[in-house]
Design a protein around this ligand. Structure first.
Ligand SMILES: Nc1ncnc2c1ncn2[C@@H]1O[C@H](COP(=O)(O)OP(=O)(O)OP(=O)(O)O)[C@@H](O)[C@H]1O
Ligand SMILES: [Mg+2]
Length: 516
């Protein structure tokens, strides 16, 4: 009222009137600016509300719970925010959560599960842990927030990871299942990458290569391929990658140096940069094939031998007798002694061959009896002792004390051991050591091992062993092993051979026990 009075006095004067007009104008403009500012603020408020609405909407569709809390003036943890879809699934009271204490909002068992962690978080320790609540696995985190080294609040989150856990468990168990199948496979299975390096292998592969998985992984394809096959094998790689398959037979080198014959079937790109190969040891199959072939040959020789053996032996014996007689009567030629020696030694050789032929063709009416091979071996070694000494070979025998008896024809077994020991001695032209061991190797068999450290054999020679007339010796018949293998087969046993060129050879004769 007072102001209006003053104004009415003022308008009496025109100058004052004008000033008043100006002030009013300024006031109007100020009012306008204020209005604009207000509108601006209102717009900002609407945008903020919109974003808050959007945030809440987003959170309500997030299968998680997000919350913030801090200490109030009374040092009690109180909520400042809570949101997220998990709200509906957990015992949490959401009404008027702001400034409410944690224990009032988190209800029931949830409080007891969380309390120790949020108390630690309020002391500044970040926490992340999994808890199982009503059958769900909840990944929970508490993250303290600091400002100038002072804790101002804690941001927490709870995420339902039940499904993720289930998927992880499914992946883990199916991986375990496939790993078990992979490892239980009889055939060797290996995986290689594009650089031809082994990236996985099953147990059969490790057995085949005689190497641990750790050592095998990252080895190069060429590292375990036999030298003779390496080059062509590596050269074939690009066409394998292009064509997708590759199969055939090859030789691999085990870590102990032994060459193993294998067949392989490879498939490229079973996964990106992963190629698979299934490898099968075909030593046994090859042995059976060889044995079959040998049996056929043996059969033919046997039939022949049966027919001609006796026919040749008889005239041979009389020839020998008459030549000996002639020798004692002729003394006038200076060369006759040497000629007779040659004739007799050649006749001796002929006789040996015929004897072995006859042995081969003999029907199985031989006398089998229960015997200790120790006795047979001792008798054999006594026979060969002088030959060994002459060749500077030391024979070292080691027999198990209580060797079980075997059912055998001792003369035939003796013939086998003579052949093996003789071969051993002959393999060491500069002398050496020949060990003869006999021991029980299982409840079913005993093993007689004859080992030399002589010249050894390569794979090709090993494959020829036992074939009729295969010999590398000037005066050999090449029948010794063939006869020996047959005798062992007649005894229901089997022979294993290991050899390394320049290192030596081991023959292992396995004979069954408790076999009437
Ligand atoms: N211990 C060994 N070390 C190296 N090579 C061996 C050994 N045993 C056998 N061989 C090889 O096997 C071949 C065949 O042996 P086998 O006993 O059948 O006949 P041989 O010894 O040549 O002749 P024979 O037995 O009539 O004297 C031998 O010539 C030799 O090359
Ligand atoms: Mg021989």
């Amino acid at each position: 009222m007072k102001e209006i009075k003053e104004y009415s006095q003022l308008i009496k004067n025109s100058d004052d009137w004008q000033r008043l007009q100006l002030e009013l104008k300024a006031l109007k403009e100020e009012n306008q600016a204020l209005k604009l500012k207000l509108r601006d603020q209102q717009r900002q408020l609407t945008t903020m509300k919109k974003s808050e609405k959007l945030l809440n909407k987003t959170l309500s569709h997030t299968y998680a719970l997000i919350f913030r809390f801090k200490l109030n003036d009374y040092n009690e943890p109180v909520f400042t925010f809570i949101g997220g879809d998990l709200l509906e699934h957990l015992p949490i009271s959401t009404e008027f959560y702001t400034n409410k204490k944690l224990d009032e909002v988190f209800r029931e068992k949830l409080v007891s599960k969380l309390k120790s962690y949020y108390l630690k978080a309020l002391k500044g320790k970040a926490e992340q842990f999994e808890m199982v609540f009503n059958g769900s696995v909840l990944l929970t985190s508490f993250l303290p927030v600091f400002e100038n080294d002072n804790l101002i609040e804690v941001v927490g989150s709870i995420l339902d990871v039940t499904k993720i856990k289930e998927i992880k468990e499914y992946v883990r168990s199916s991986e375990e299942k496939f790993r078990k199948i992979f490892d239980a496979a009889e055939d060797a299975i290996v995986l290689l990458n594009g650089n031809q390096r082994y990236i996985d292998a099953n147990e059969a592969a490790c057995r085949l290569f005689g190497i641990s998985k750790e050592k095998l992984l990252n080895m190069h394809l060429g590292d375990l391929t036999a030298e003779a096959r390496k080059k062509s094998f590596i050269e074939e790689w690009p066409s394998f990658i292009k064509e997708g398959t590759f199969k055939g037979e090859t030789e691999v080198v085990r870590s102990d140096g032994l060459i193993q014959q294998v067949e392989y079937n490879a498939k490229a790109h079973i996964l990106p940069d992963v190629h698979l190969a299934i490898i099968r040891d075909i030593k046994e199959r090859k042995e059976i094939e060889d044995r079959l072939r040998n049996t056929e040959t043996l059969k033919a020789i046997g039939e022949l031998a049966a027919g001609i053996g006796h026919e040749i032996r008889n005239p041979l014996t009389s020839l020998k007798g008459f030549i000996q007689l002639l020798h004692s009567e002729i003394h006038n030629s200076s060369n006759s002694d040497q000629y007779f020696e040659i004739i007799l030694s050649e006749l001796q050789r002929l006789e040996e061959i015929i004897n072995e032929f006859v042995l081969l063709s003999k029907p199985k009416t031989t006398l089998f009896e229960m015997k200790n091979v120790r006795t047979v071996l001792n008798e054999t070694m006594a026979l060969l002792e002088s030959q060994a000494t002459l060749k500077n070979v030391e024979i070292a025998a080691k027999f198990q004390n209580d060797l079980p008896l075997v059912r055998c024809e001792s003369n035939q077994l003796k013939q086998v051991f003579i052949n093996f020991i003789k071969n051993g001695i002959e393999a060491m032209p500069n002398g050496g050591k020949l060990s003869v061991h006999a021991q029980q190797t299982s409840s079913e068999e005993i093993c007689i091992q004859i080992q030399d450290n002589g010249i050894g054999m390569d794979t090709d020679s090993l494959n020829q062993l036992g074939k009729p007339f295969y010999t590398t010796k000037e005066k050999g018949t090449g029948l010794g092993l063939m006869v020996s293998f047959k005798i062992i087969r007649d005894h229901l046993g089997h022979v294993k051979v290991r050899s390394k060129q320049g290192k030596g050879t081991t023959f292992e004769v396995y004979l069954p026990i408790n076999c009437e």
